[in-house]
Design a protein around this ligand. Structure first.
Ligand SMILES: [Zn+2]
Ligand SMILES: [Zn+2]
Length: 303
């Protein structure tokens, strides 16, 4: 049973049960006598072999195994360096930002933080949509480094819950390095007067950076059904971060909606106005490329 506050979004039905979805008793997690727990499609342990002998999801899916093997030591090193640099710069910038905060800035800082979170949610959707819908794992450099994890995630959604902190957050830390370095440069080179002036704007940028950095951790929590800290469940239940039930809508094949994975606040309005479909039609019209062709190819890979 999912938490009461984890809504699927206003007016939006819960995702349909996919073939193979089943009820799972608490007994399997060690307890007895509690209500059965329903795990979403792709979140199960995959003990049962589906008809035909091929697995539709999970770590044993042939495509998932091949994609997991493409995670290289070089990629791992890039993630370690990104995480260390990113968190060092976050600490440096946070300390400096606190130094220039003034009480009279309070209203604009609140607006700035809220706008930063909304912008991060939109960018998470745009980036996720781009990687899911276009390009291929065969593309030089970006294919293996940045598109591969998205393909793996659709055919083995629980793999993310087995990734450690570095693998989960490395790519997002890498993406925020340039804006973080730019902010640090301003703190060491601008005059104090200029920094007081721009403080609310820097708060917007900082909130945006923090939420982009945290996006994949938040996404990992949205796939974690056991052992989450209480405060994370609280944030999910109040829809301050991406709730589990909400994100399940994206994981229904063919993965064509609900791309925003930071807070998920923009998913319903963007779906309502047909935002992603409209973008896809424009790009398909211009390039002739079919949306999600590479994603489908990996999903169908059974040998
Ligand atoms: Zn996706
Ligand atoms: Zn997901």
């Amino acid at each position: 049973m999912l938490p009461p506050g984890a809504s699927a979004g206003p007016g939006r039905p819960s995702p349909p049960a996919a073939p193979g979805e089943r009820l799972r008793g608490r007994d399997m997690a060690g307890g007895t006598g509690t209500a059965p727990q329903r795990l979403p499609p792709g979140e199960q342990d995959q003990e049962a072999e589906p008809e035909g002998g091929s697995r539709r999801w999970g770590a044993q899916h042939a495509g998932a195994r091949e994609l997991a093997e493409l995670y290289s030591p070089g990629k791992r090193l890039q993630e370690w360096i990104s995480v260390i640099l990113c968190f060092s710069l976050i600490c440096f910038n946070f300390y400096n930002l606190l130094f220039y905060l003034r009480l009279e800035h309070t209203p604009s800082i609140i607006v700035g933080i809220f706008a930063g979170v909304i912008t991060a949610d939109f960018l998470s959707g745009l980036f996720h949509w781009g990687a899911d819908t276009w390009g291929s794992v065969e593309l030089p450099i970006v294919g293996k480094a940045f598109i591969r994890p998205f393909r793996e995630h659709h055919i083995d959604p629980t793999a993310i819950t087995r990734h450690d902190f570095i693998e989960t957050n490395g790519d997002n830390c890498f993406m925020t390095l340039v804006p973080l370095a730019n902010m640090a440069y301003k703190f060491v080179s601008f005059s104090p007067e200029a920094l007081y002036e721009t403080c609310p704007w820097e708060c917007y940028i900082f909130a945006l950076i923090i939420f982009i950095t945290m996006t994949n951790q938040i996404h990992k929590w949205s796939h974690t059904y056991f052992g989450l800290p209480r405060w994370v469940i609280f944030l999910q239940d109040w829809h301050i971060i991406l709730p589990r039930k909400h994100h399940r809508i994206h994981h229904v094949s063919p993965h064509e909606t609900y791309f925003c994975i930071t807070t998920g606040w923009l998913n319903y309005p963007l779906e309502k106005i047909g935002f992603w479909r409209c973008l896809e039609n424009i790009i398909q019209g211009l390039t002739g490329e079919k949306p999600r062709a590479d994603d489908m190819k990996w999903a169908q890979k059974i040998k």
